[in-house]
Design a protein around this ligand. Structure first.
Ligand code: NDP
Ligand code: 8X3
Length: 254
């Protein structure tokens, strides 16, 4: 049985990826801060698949907490086929002159450092087995900057760079590294970005059909189900109504 680790599994892309991978027969190690959400997901998976799930409440920004999680994972679970580095967030959309430094730290610490903390532990297990796949969730914001994107964009340009760099580092070890870079997707992302303001979050997706979490889960599954000699390096996935980071075709009478 194959094993995947998914970070940020308590909502959005991570939750949808967990459900799809479970239905495809993967056993799962799921990480996020909200334990209750992970427990609900564990129950859903138990009811809808025959696979096993381990859940760990962990803030990926906290290196010691990440190490504690990996120290607890039973040895029979340490053969990891797929790591999905999905945990991440944006906070605010202020210009650089207005940027809140707490927001900046949270984005860089989660999206860049957290990804590195988790990856460093997982590759210690993948290298001896001479196989494994890492899927990093980047963003269109990691391809093109936009007004007020500054620190979030920097973090996702960082994910783009890490993806390319890790692929070089891990090449001699037979480990595949790829990225999914989505455009606008209606998850909890905007609610988190705009401090829980649901009306502002809903307005982001008004007038067009955004991506949904399942679109990204299907892309992750496509990457993970390629034969061993194929590595999907990068998938930029947009809603049909979004041409690039800033150009949308919106219905003016939604
Ligand atoms: P959600 O807010 O729905 O999910 C984010 C997930 O990340 C949650 O499970 C959250 O769990 C977890 N997370 C956040 N911070 C931490 C942390 N410090 N430690 C552990 N887990 C954490 O948003 P999405 O599903 O949309 O976001 C997933 C990824 O996709 C992010 O990296 C995001 O930047 C990226 N993305 C999103 C796009 C979109 O438009 N939605 C487009 C492009 C990229 P918890 O709060 O329980 O810790
Ligand atoms: C999330 C998409 O365009 O809001 O990464 O940055 S965007």
């Amino acid at each position: 049985m194959k094993t995947a680790i998914i970070t940020g599994a308590s909502s959005g892309f991570g939750e949808a990826i967990a459900k799809l991978f479970a239905q495809q027969g993967f056993r799962l190690i799921l990480i996020a801060r909200r334990l209750e959400r992970l427990q609900q997901l564990q129950q859903w998976i138990a009811a809808n698949s025959a696979t096993e799930v381990l859940i760990y409440a962990c803030d990926v920004r906290d290196q010691a907490a990440v190490d504690q999680v990996f120290d607890q994972i039973p040895s029979s679970w340490q053969c990891i086929d797929v790591l999905v580095n999905n945990a991440g967030l944006a906070r605010g959309k202020a210009t650089i002159q207005e940027l809140n430094f707490e927001h900046m730290h949270e984005m860089i610490d989660t999206n860049v450092k957290g990804l590195i903390f988790v990856t460093k532990r997982v590759v210690q297990w993948m290298i001896p087995q001479r196989s494994g796949m890492i899927i990093n969730v980047g963003s269109i914001a990691g391809k093109e900057p936009y007004l007020g994107g500054n620190a979030y964009s920097a973090s996702k340009f960082g994910v783009d760079a890490l993806t390319k760099s890790m692929r070089i580092d891990l090449l001699p070890h037979g480990i595949r590294v790829g990225q999914i870079a989505p455009g606008a997707a209606n998850t909890e992302f905007s609610k988190v970005r705009f401090s829980g303001d649901q009306a502002v979050a809903d307005a982001v997706y008004k007038g067009f059909d955004p991506l949904v979490a399942e679109d990204i889960a299907e892309a992750a599954w496509f990457m993970a189900s390629r034969p061993a000699h194929v590595c999907i390096n990068d998938l930029v996935i947009m809603p049909t109504a979004q041409a690039n980071a800033t150009t949308f075709h919106k219905n003016s009478n939604p």
